[in-house]
Design a protein around this ligand. Structure first.
Ligand code: ATP
Ligand code: MG
Length: 424
């Protein structure tokens, strides 16, 4: 026998037992995005490498070490998208959706990053993202945070996530702060690790969210970004927090929250959980007012977030929040005796016609009552509809309840559609 080929490390199959959870999550994401008037956009999975270098930034983990980049047969450098915002802005610019307009968009799909695979961190993973263009005021920042909060509520995990919030100020404010921070870091260079020393010159703000406790200790008296904020940034942030307070959304101010992508300004936020171990960030986002222009469009403000669907699925599973997942089918049809399979197949079709949306699995492959009942049980159906020779002769069906304590009963064929409708 030849050796079986395996999937690529960090790129997972999603098996039927898991797709139920995924579909429930995806349905919730779509529905809640719709609740806030957001429309879906779908972008290609492969883009020009330049798009991500220009938007995410050359000196970021993603661009430095995580992208799947390759030359295609024409010699063009292409990259499997590591995130969605850059593609979304590219598409918006290309099709004239952004300048002087307002767009509220969402997307969902696979992203690719060459990271070390571990729980909650994969090389192909899936994001759901929200992007709002054309609105500079913080009401829209609040609106998308409220949208995310509603997601947690609907998924039943609201008590397990907390919101961290910060402002990164304007480009000018950050530039002034950057000088002060570099000066501070230069005096403590001996206390920094190699990564931070390198970042100190290329991207000093990233040093702030170093996970190294020694680096964090060295940052104890570092200058604060918020001390460099002018009136406009202060007012923007104060208004955002007022909207959140008014909506009853709790947050923790975290001055060290800087995000790993270069395009953010002003609002940044993350939803974090303690129930996932090291991979604690479920959802992250912020404002990116300069990005549209940076990618060749005319200046248009933007704000958005992305969440990791694998991390949500892991959370729901480990917290056992899976009650609202429907079984694969409502009813399972069993046929016993000569010619009963013909009638069963015909009736199953008739019931699918009569009860819109009903999910009926018809037993195929024959076998005795025991074998067919075993399959019926395994299907997850609420009821088995049994058609034997007697039932068929009398124009009836035997209903066996597979969940709960109901007595088995015989009903007329004419009553089946009503019964099916009642168990959907
Ligand atoms: P992290 O700090 O965990 O690496 P990040 O800052 O790189 O996250 P973003 O680029 O902001 O993540 O992506 C938004 C969300 O996408 C994350 O909060 C997370 O839920 C999810 N995510 C990011 N990278 C991965 C990955 N490799 N595997 C699974 N989910 C991921
Ligand atoms: Mg990362």
């Amino acid at each position: 026998m030849s050796k079986a080929i395996q999937a690529i490390r960090g790129m997972n199959d999603c098996l039927p037992s898991e797709t139920k959870v995924w579909q429930m999550v995806e349905d919730t994401l779509r529905r809640v995005a719709g609740n806030y008037g957001f429309a879906e956009i779908r972008m290609p999975i492969v883009e020009s490498t330049a798009l991500f270098k220009r938007s995410i930034g050359e000196v970021t983990d993603i661009v430095e070490k995580e992208m799947y980049t390759f030359d295609d047969r024409n010699g063009d450098s292409l990259t499997l998208r590591p995130e969605g915002t850059a593609s979304c802005v590219r598409a918006g610019n290309q099709h004239g959706l952004l300048y002087n307009q307002e767009q509220r968009l969402w997307y969902m799909g696979p992203m690719f990053r060459h990271e070390r695979p571990q729980k909650g961190r994969y090389r192909q993973f899936h994001q759901f993202g929200i992007e709002a263009f054309g609105i500079a005021t913080p009401d829209i920042d609040a609106e998308i945070i409220m949208l995310s909060a509603r997601l947690w509520k609907e998924l039943g995990i609201a008590e397990h996530v907390t919101l961290e919030l910060n402002s990164l100020g304007s480009n000018e404010e950050r530039a002034a702060y950057r000088d002060a921070l570099v000066e501070y870091l230069t005096k403590r260079e001996d206390k920094l690790d190699e990564d931070s020393k390198r970042r100190m010159h290329s991207n000093p703000l990233r040093v702030l969210d170093s996970k190294n406790p020694d680096v964090q200790a060295a940052l104890a008296d570092a200058p604060k970004l918020s001390d460099y904020f002018g009136e406009e940034t202060q007012a923007h942030f104060a208004q955002l927090t007022a909207y959140l307070d008014n909506a009853g959304i709790k947050y923790e101010l975290n001055e060290r929250l800087v995000r790993g992508l270069d395009y953010y300004n002003r609002t940044v936020f993350e939803w974090v959980t303690s129930s996932l171990g090291a991979q604690g960030t479920v959802c992250a986002g912020g404002r990116y007012d300069g990005l549209v222009e940076q990618l060749g469009g005319k200046g248009t403000p933007g704000v958005g977030f992305a969440l990791g669907i694998e991390r949500l699925v892991l959370m729901l599973t480990s917290l056992e929040k899976l009650n609202n997942i429907r079984p694969q089918v409502e009813a399972y049809v069993i046929a016993l005796g000569e010619g009963a399979d013909l009638t069963a197949m015909q009736l199953a079709e008739q019931w699918r016609d009569e009860v819109s949306g009903i999910r009926i699995q018809n037993h195929c492959g024959g076998g005795n009552m025991k074998k067919q009942m075993k399959r019926a049980d395994k299907s997850g159906a609420h009821i088995a509809l049994i058609l034997g020779e007697d039932e068929i002769a009398n124009g009836q069906v035997t209903v066996k309840y597979l969940r709960g304590q109901h007595e088995q009963q015989q009903i007329d064929l004419a009553q089946v559609a009503g019964l099916l409708a009642s168990i959907m």
